[in-house]
Design a binder for this molecule. Structure first.
Ligand SMILES: [Zn+2]
Length: 292
């Protein structure tokens, strides 16, 4: 805020939360009444340090507390900053309890993602995840590989899906295009959600594969507080509703068919291809997958 003020952007210089002091970083994250209440809730004594430099304050905190509490300090700063932004930009009143809860559930979720990274490094620990060559589904089962593509220059994103039978032959392929700018994981999760919706009425077992590690979070039960979290929750519900549906992570090199469809989705939006017409790029990927 002070930076905007120096650049002559007309903003209020006083703290929008307490209305008592100038809104400097140290005030916003440490000394503001709202921030102090958050620190108090976490049993972290902060106001005893006399400094007006945030970096200096932060290093004093790290010196004073053990490593186990460093994450609490960092997450509290993040939570307070986020809550202030929500107040300023969305006029959303936030409670101290909620700030702490949401910051720590976000952290738990982040840690969970880190352990998924480890799964990818040791694929044998979770059978079915991270296979390096494509595996045909069993007889009377279908595998749907999904992928997403972002088209930032057009403010759009798209997804591609290819469903194959136990012979490795295409059952159907689809493309969808959406307007709007979203993060890659969001588009990838959207692709999973679409595939789950399409296969909702399928009586046979359907396995969905994505090359986005983040979508594996759909299989977990860790709550996520974000717009991505809401989408993940919708996927969880769809997956939970259908006990013959499974979701796996595959390497990008095994997902080329869905990848080329996702790339093509901008020019060929909302198309369904049947067995009788397999697009050339997809046909090549199918042949490669069967050969590997
Ligand atoms: Zn304040």
């Amino acid at each position: 805020m002070t930076q905007l003020f120096c650049r002559r952007v007309p903003v209020q210089k006083v703290c929008p939360v307490c209305g008592e002091e100038e809104e400097m970083i140290i005030h916003a994250l440490v000394f503001c009444r709202f921030a102090t209440a958050c620190w108090h809730k976490l049993h972290l004594a902060v106001v005893s340090f006399v400094t007006d430099d945030f970096k200096e304050w932060f290093s004093q905190m790290l010196n004073r507390y053990s490593k186990e509490r460093w994450c609490d300090v960092a997450m509290a700063c993040w939570g307070i900053w986020k809550a202030r932004n929500e107040l300023v930009w969305q006029q959303k009143q936030v409670q101290v309890d909620n700030v702490i809860k949401s910051a720590f559930s976000y952290f738990a979720q982040w840690k969970q993602t880190q352990s998924f990274e480890n799964i990818a490094l040791f694929p044998n620990e979770n059978v079915g995840d991270g296979v390096s060559s494509w595996v045909k589904p069993q007889v009377n089962e279908v595998k749907v590989s999904v992928d997403a593509a972002i088209f930032p220059e057009h403010n759009a994103c798209g997804l591609g899906a290819i469903a194959r039978d136990s012979e490795g032959m295409m059952v159907y392929a689809r493309t969808c295009r959406y307007w709007g700018r979203v993060a890659p994981e969001f588009a990838e999760t959207m692709a999973v959600k679409e595939a789950l919706s399409w296969s909702k009425t399928a009586a046979m077992k359907v396995t969905i594969e994505s090359d986005c590690l983040a979508v594996v979070q759909v299989r977990s039960k860790v709550p996520m507080v974000s717009s991505l979290g809401l989408l993940v929750e919708e996927c969880r519900q769809l997956l939970g509703m259908q006990n013959n549906k499974e979701l796996f992570f595959i390497k990008r090199s095994v997902n080329m068919g869905a990848h080329s469809l996702a790339r093509a989705s901008y020019s060929f939006p909302d198309r369904t291809f049947s067995r009788s017409y397999v697009p050339v790029e997809v046909a090549n990927c199918i042949v490669n997958d069967l050969a590997s």
